[in-house]
Design a binder for this molecule. Structure first.
Ligand code: NDP
Length: 457
């Protein structure tokens, strides 16, 4: 595809956000030959890919009769957006200048100019702020059951989820795979989740629902041991749990707008009902950042489509679009999903391979390799792991054989996870000659891994 048409490096459209709204907007804008630039986000506002990256099976997205893993669905949307010519830019937006086109979009890594913007920054998971929350954060308290549920400390222990929406119900059901019992703690006397989700929770004998209960304090020594709550009818209650997971809703990611765009009373971007135009001409919005009511993957995708079509029309009307001529009318098909990679075994292990999976490969390299080894501990449906893996693979590729990477699925290799002291995923450990040199938890920039490897090479 030619990149001509972008005058003075001014983009036709910059899409901010990489959830279903952002990627759908990108697919439509790319197919309109606008070659959109999509800023994926990195740390602020949750992980790239949005909220579906921290979900297990999405069973209500049309076209997937047996459900699809949230991270896999996002992978497919991303591949589709890229296939049609979307350029991805991995960074966080700090602010935007909304005076007039071309708008300036300031990111952590530089300034981008664009004639139009689609804001699709979604919403971030809320924290509760109970007493001792910071002390036990990642030591029993987590905002992501789907990411952290499989860690060894939660196995066969009693766990708790706070919330009464679809997320809380889904997470409670998911955690019964690992915990001996799950306490679902609801502040009112009703669940607001969908009927199918409520049925699933009520039918699960490992879930106990505590109605009218508010958690106030977490206790323990080095790890969470119990929570103190107030039940509005029975008074104070203590529940012994080794894990506490928040699923108490989300706050729209609008901080970077600095009130330059009109928000509604709840803090969501105000658009005319059913329309993607914001208070600033040329700036459109889609997905959960405008939607306090429906907030579904499919509605986000729908509004992403609307925002892209409205942007295309607006750019044409103002004579601002520079369409990009494609070299081929049929872009190459996408490669298949990276899910279900095979584990290395005695027959398939390769001591020179840059990236392998499983405990067999880890044991072999740990004992026999004199190169740095980067180990990522992941769990099956962990979205952040899915974001981090390609980043690590890129780092390892750049070292051209001087570093080796291993992925350990902590669900399959519980013993190894226990020995390594893993209490959440993704965790990355860097070893050299059997010594642990550094450890990271969560999604980090590639530069952090590169620097640590440089230091020991
Ligand atoms: P919701 O906003 O729907 O629910 C938040 C829940 O947290 C409510 O039950 C609320 O209680 C409770 N809550 C809020 N603040 C507190 C607090 N301080 N203390 C205790 N409880 C609190 O958020 P969700 O993340 O569950 O869902 C967001 C959207 O995503 C929804 O539209 C949902 O349908 C969708 N979703 C869909 C899924 C699917 O279909 N597979 C899976 C997950 C989410 P109260 O009810 O009293 O206000």
């Amino acid at each position: 595809m030619e990149t001509k048409g972008k005058e003075n490096n001014i983009e036709n459209v910059v899409i901010i956000g990489s959830g279903p709204a952002g990627y759908t907007a990108a697919i439509y804008a790319a197919r309109a030959n606008l070659q959109p630039l999509l800023v994926t986000g990195f740390n602020s506002g949750g992980i790239p890919g949005g909220q579906l990256m921290t979900t297990t099976f999405v069973e209500n997205f049309p076209g997937f009769p047996d459900g699809v893993l949230g991270p896999e669905l996002m992978d497919l949307m991303k591949a589709q957006a890229e296939r049609w010519g979307t350029n991805l830019y991995e960074s966080d937006v700090i602010s935007i200048n909304t005076l007039k086109p071309p708008f300036e979009i300031k990111t952590l890594d530089g300034v981008i100019k664009s004639n139009s913007i689609i804001i699709a920054t979604g919403a971030s998971a809320n924290r509760l702020g109970i007493i001792n929350e910071d002390k036990f954060w990642s030591k029993g308290i987590s905002a992501c059951a789907i990411c952290d549920g499989a860690t060894p400390q939660f196995r066969d222990e009693e766990l708790a989820v706070i919330g009464g929406g679809d997320s809380a119900c889904e997470e409670a059901a998911y955690l019964t795979k690992y915990g001996s019992k799950v306490h679902l703690i609801v502040r009112s006397e009703k669940l607001r989740a969908s009927a199918a989700m409520i049925d699933r929770v009520k039918a699960n004998s490992k879930i106990e629902i505590h109605w009218n209960t508010k958690v106030e304090k977490a206790n323990g020594v080095n790890w969470l041991e119990n929570i103190e709550a107030i039940n509005s009818q029975k008074g104070p209650v203590e529940i012994k749990v080794k894990g506490l997971f928040y699923a108490i809703g989300h706050t729209p990611n609008t901080k970077f707008l600095n009130n330059k765009i009109v928000l509604d009373k709840k803090g969501y971007i105000a658009c005319k009902s059913g329309r993607p135009e914001t208070s600033i001409e040329g700036i459109f919005a889609a997905g959960d950042v405008v939607d306090s009511e429906w907030r579904q993957g499919v509605t986000a995708a729908g509004t992403g489509c609307m925002a892209a079509l409205a942007t295309e029309r607006w750019l044409a009307e103002k004579n601002l679009s520079k369409t990009i001529i494609r070299e081929t009318t049929e872009p190459e098909k996408t490669s298949s999903s990276s899910f279900n990679e095979e584990e290395a075994n005695e027959d398939t292990f390769n001591s020179n391979s840059q990236w392998q999976k499983g405990s067999y490969a880890l044991r072999k390299l740990y004992h026999e390799s004199n190169k740095p080894i980067l180990v990522i501990f992941s769990s099956p449906s962990c979205g952040p792991c899915h974001v981090l893996k390609p980043q690590l693979k890129r780092v390892i590729k750049e070292f051209d054989g001087a570093v080796q990477g291993i992925e350990i699925d902590i669900d399959k290799d519980q013993e190894i996870a226990k020995q390594a002291g893993i209490n959440g995923t993704p965790t990355v450990q860097l070893f050299k000659e059997k010594l642990l040199k550094k450890q990271w938890q969560g999604v980090k920039q590639r530069s952090e891994f590169k620097e640590a490897i440089q230091n020991i090479i």
